[in-house]
Design a protein around this ligand. Structure first.
Ligand code: ADP
Length: 199
């Protein structure tokens, strides 16, 4: 890991993180590292990790920090993350923040910006219901969605104040057209001196 842009995107389940993450990845030439995607891929492929976490993920609970931290460490050590990355869905607990801080610091790095997508709860439930129909996600039943929102509010919302105190927080309105949200993020990042790679 050296040089580069190190970003994190946070927001409640269904706020559109995955969609915006793909845009940012492309614009800045950095990989998105989504712990949710990694867990889902492992579940789908029936790996040892997948078997271990399936019931937890399906229920909308958080996978134990130890397991998640180890997974992210391996992923960040891959070559494509050396020039920066965008984390999506990690860190999500205070322990994960502490772990990531130390991991990055051990390489002389730190997060540059934390993008927070802000979105209305009702709109989100509607979006997630649509996604459940389109993608058949097991954790997108209405009950599971509500549970994930509760877990997020309890476990992850408190991290936002922490990032704000560090001056890392970029708050972006996540409602509206995908392009509009992407433009807001790009403007916010530019305002912090982060420019996309030349097209
Ligand atoms: P969401 O749309 O709910 O934000 P994600 O795709 O980010 O969903 O994550 C899906 C599920 O994967 C979570 O509900 C949780 O079970 C698990 N997961 C993902 N990231 C983490 C993490 N950092 N720590 C613990 N569990 C995680």
């Amino acid at each position: 890991m050296s040089g580069g842009t190190r970003l994190l995107i946070v927001g409640p389940p269904g706020a559109g993180k995955g969609t915006q993450a793909a845009r940012i990845s492309h614009a800045y030439g950095i990989p998105t590292i989504s712990t949710g995607d990694i867990f889902r891929a492992n579940i789908k492929n029936g790996t040892e990790l997948g078997l271990k976490v399936k019931a937890i993920v399906d229920a909308g609970d958080y996978v134990p920090d130890e397991l998640t931290n180890a997974l992210v460490t391996d992923r960040l050590n891959e070559a494509d993350a050396a020039g920066g990355f965008l984390l999506d869905g990690y860190p999500r607990t205070t322990d994960q923040v502490r772990y990531l801080d130390e991991l990055l610091a051990s390489h002389g790095h730190a997060l540059d910006v934390v993008i927070r997508l802000v979105a209305d709860q009702d709109e989100i439930v509607e979006r997630l219901r649509r996604r459940a129909l389109e993608q058949g996600r097991m954790d997108d039943s209405e009950e599971a969605i509500r549970h994930r929102q509760e877990v997020y509010t309890r476990e992850t919302e408190p991290l936002i104040a922490m990032f704000r105190d560090r001056g890392l927080l970029l708050e972006v309105d996540g409602l509206g057209a995908i392009d509009d949200v992407a433009a807001r993020i790009a403007a916010g990042l530019a305002g912090r001196g982060l420019q996309p790679r030349a097209a």
